[in-house]
Design a protein around this ligand. Structure first.
Ligand SMILES: Cc1cc2nc3c(=O)[nH]c(=O)nc-3n(C[C@H](O)[C@H](O)[C@H](O)COP(=O)(O)O)c2cc1C
Length: 139
C-alpha cells in the first residue's frame, strides 16, 4: 500500500455547501476504491493524506492534481505503508476555520503557523503530525 500527503490552495474560498459536496463525492468514490485518509481545510488551504493500494492512490492523486478547484499542489510525502493510519475514515474532514479557540486549545503548536503549501513544503513532516493529531479528536 501507499500513503501520499500533499498541500494545496483553493482557487477561491470554498463555502460550506462546496465543502460538503466535495466530501460526499469523495466518501463515495473512496469507499469504492478502498481509499482512506484525512483532509484538513484552513483559510483556503488544504492538506490531505490518502492511503490505499498503490494504483488506487496514484490514480486518485492524478485526479486531485487535475482538479481545477485548487492549485499550488505540493507533494509532501509518498511512502509505502504496511498498515493504514486512517483505516476508520473513507475521508475524515475538519474545517479548522469552523473550530472554536477552545476546541483548538492544547492542539498542535503548528497551528500557530501559516497553513500554506509553501509553509508545509518547508516543514513536510508537520503536515503529517497535524493530520494524525486531528485523527485523535475524531474518535
Ligand atoms: C482538496 C481536494 C481533495 C479531494 N479529495 C478527494 C478524495 O479524497 N477522493 C476523491 O475521489 N476525490 C477527491 N477530490 C476530487 C477529485 O479531484 C476529483 O474531482 C474526483 O476524483 C473525481 O474525478 P473524476 O470526475 O475524474 O472521476 C478532491 C478534490 C480536492 C480539490
Amino acid at each position: 500500500m501507499l500513503s501520499i500527503v500533499y498541500a494545496s490552495s483553493a482557487v477561491r474560498l470554498f463555502n460550506r455547501a462546496e465543502l460538503i459536496e466535495l466530501l460526499e463525492a469523495s466518501h463515495k468514490a473512496n469507499q469504492e476504491h478502498g481509499i482512506t485518509g484525512m483532509l484538513l481545510y484552513r483559510g483556503g488551504n488544504f492538506i490531505q493524506v490518502i492511503e490505499g493500494e498503490n494504483e488506487a492512490v496514484i490514480q486518485l492523486y492524478e485526479n486531485i492534481k487535475a482538479d481545477p478547484r485548487h492549485n499550488n499542489i505540493i507533494l509532501l510525502s509518498q511512502d509505502p505503508i504496511l498498515e493504514r493510519q486512517f483505516a476508520d475514515w473513507s475521508m475524515g474532514f475538519r474545517n479548522i476555520d469552523q473550530m472554536t479557540r477552545q476546541e483548538l486549545e492544547g492542539f498542535s503548536e503548528f497551528l500557530e503557523d501559516d497553513f500554506s503549501p509553501g509553509y508545509f513544503r518547508e516543514h513536510p513532516t508537520r503536515a503529517y503530525i497535524l493530520l494524525l493529531s486531528f485523527k485523535k479528536t475524531m474518535r
